[in-house]
Design a protein around this ligand. Structure first.
Ligand SMILES: O=P(O)(O)OC[C@H]1O[C@](O)(CO)[C@@H](O)[C@@H]1O
Ligand SMILES: [Mn+2]
Length: 441
């Protein structure tokens, strides 16, 4: 693509991309294989010998995949028919077309990191769907659920807080509402620390009450555009006609604690009438270990509803009502599990792009979405966010992301250098975060 910098890639030895492909991805694959092993008896009980055979088949396909990766073999096309197989295989051809003659085929440690990392998760899915009758098994389900259970205390604290706010909402003045909005945005931001891909699939839950840590964490927000979000939504609220809507779309990231923080924010947006309708987008297949699928979304709300904690169950019941009333809408689209940068969405998935255009504001949760928003490219730190979006402007948008990849744009001159000097890994530990807005002011 002319005028855009090169992609992050495993070609850069020692880079985070390189280390992810070398260490983290094989570790995740090994965990997936272990998980299948551990469920052997369950598969047998459910499907008899056929279940055992399927487990063996999936494991052999995944072992082959791990071997291809570790020996830097060419990226091979998908064979199993699925809704996105043709698009994926076309994309593989496109990656091939970008190479010079003597570069050979796209390879794990040579091609763009975003592409090969997405490809790995799609290959895991292929191994599973090639192994009926266990073809609907989510290899990451167990760890996603564990993250939710381990975060119980923080979830209770958060739900208790939300119930207090919602009960008193009519009495809150403009400043108090604004403070609450900022608080819940920050909670949703730090909720993004809890993904299971960065930790190589190891547990990463929220064990402390995050509300008490917000002040301490504030200096770690490198770009904080929350004022813009507040102006935009209060403006919508003031100018809105009686019957008209304000729609906020949330492109979800991880299930478990992070999803609770997002739903709490979504609840507040409706309760405060800053929005009248929320649309959520999840993944159609298990993705980057902890990403939310429709099963995770429904499962989590069900767990909340039947919790023995009163505030948790109140939240669960309210959220179910929002869904039944159509004020919360969950939407799937295969585009979210393709390897494409978002700047090509209008060509690759025009229907989805048109859908996003209906939003007054789009919130993109998490690091992978940031990588796709900016194309996972080696942008200068001071390049404006608007420029790095490379033409992707369906509606005003905001990235809510903790930094877990060597990419960040829109910083002030000197800001990056300041962190670089004292903390060489500042870009990849999830310690820092951004609430970064793009849209007309
Ligand atoms: O859940 P998130 O915030 O998208 O983070 C997933 C992250 O996992 C990693 O790919 C590491 O494997 C990050 O670099 C990546 O973006
Ligand atoms: Mn994720």
């Amino acid at each position: 693509m002319a005028g855009t910098p090169a992609s992050l890639s495993g070609r850069d030895e020692g880079s985070f991309a390189y280390l992810t492909i070398k260490d983290r991805i094989p570790q995740i694959l090994t965990k997936v294989i272990d998980t299948l092993h551990r469920h052997k008896n369950e598969f047998f009980e459910k499907h008899g010998e056929k279940g055992t055979e399927a487990e063996k088949k999936a494991i052999s396909l995944l072992s082959k995949l791990r071997n291809e990766l570790q020996t830097d073999k060419p990226i091979i096309p998908f064979v199993e028919k699925f809704v996105d197989t043709d698009i994926w295989n076309q994309y593989l051809e496109y990656q091939q077309s970008l190479l010079n003659e003597n570069d050979g085929k796209p390879r794990w440690f040579y091609s763009p990191w975003l592409f090969v990392e997405c490809y790995m998760y799609r290959r895991i899915h292929e191994a599973i769907i090639q192994s009926p009758p266990i073809d609907d098994f989510d290899v990451f389900k167990e760890s996603k659920d564990q993250n939710f259970f381990e975060s119980r205390e923080s979830i209770i604290a958060l739900c208790t807080h939300l119930q207090e706010v919602v009960t008193a909402i009519e009495d809150l003045d403009e400043n108090q509402l604004k403070d609450e909005f900022f608080r819940l945005l920050q909670i949703s931001l730090w909720g993004n620390k809890c993904d299971l891909s960065l930790s190589g699939g190891d547990t990463s839950s929220q064990k402390t009450n995050i509300i008490n840590s917000l002040e301490e964490l504030k200096p770690l927000i490198l770009v904080n555009d929350t004022e813009h979000l507040w102006s935009l939504l209060t403006n919508c609220k003031k100018t809105r006609e009686k019957a008209s809507i304000t729609r906020v779309d949330i492109v979800l990231d991880n299930s478990g604690f992070e999803l609770v923080t997002d739903l709490v924010l979504a609840d507040f947006l409706l309760s405060s009438q800053l929005a009248t309708e929320i649309h959520f987008y999840g993944k159609m297949i298990p993705w980057f270990v902890s990403d939310t699928t429709i099963h995770d979304f429904n499962w989590l709300i069900e767990q909340m509803k039947k919790s023995d904690d009163k505030c948790m169950s109140q939240c669960g019941a309210a959220w179910e009502t929002y869904i039944n009333m159509g004020r919360w809408v969950y939407q799937d689209h295969i585009f979210w599990t393709l390897p494409h940068e978002f700047c090509v969405m209008s060509q690759v998935a025009p229907g989805l792009y048109a859908e996003l255009q209906k939003a007054h504001l789009i919130l993109f949760k998490g690091d992978l979405n940031y990588r796709k928003l900016t194309g996972d490219r080696k942008w200068e730190f001071t390049v404006p966010f608007h420029q790095a979006l490379n033409g992707f402007h369906p509606a005003p948008l905001c990235s809510i992301r903790t930094l877990k990849a060597e990419i960040q744009v829109g910083l002030r001159p000197g800001q990056a250098e300041q962190y670089m000097a004292s903390e060489p890994n500042w870009l990849t530990t999830g310690k820092y975060g951004v609430l970064q807005f793009d849209g007309p002011l």
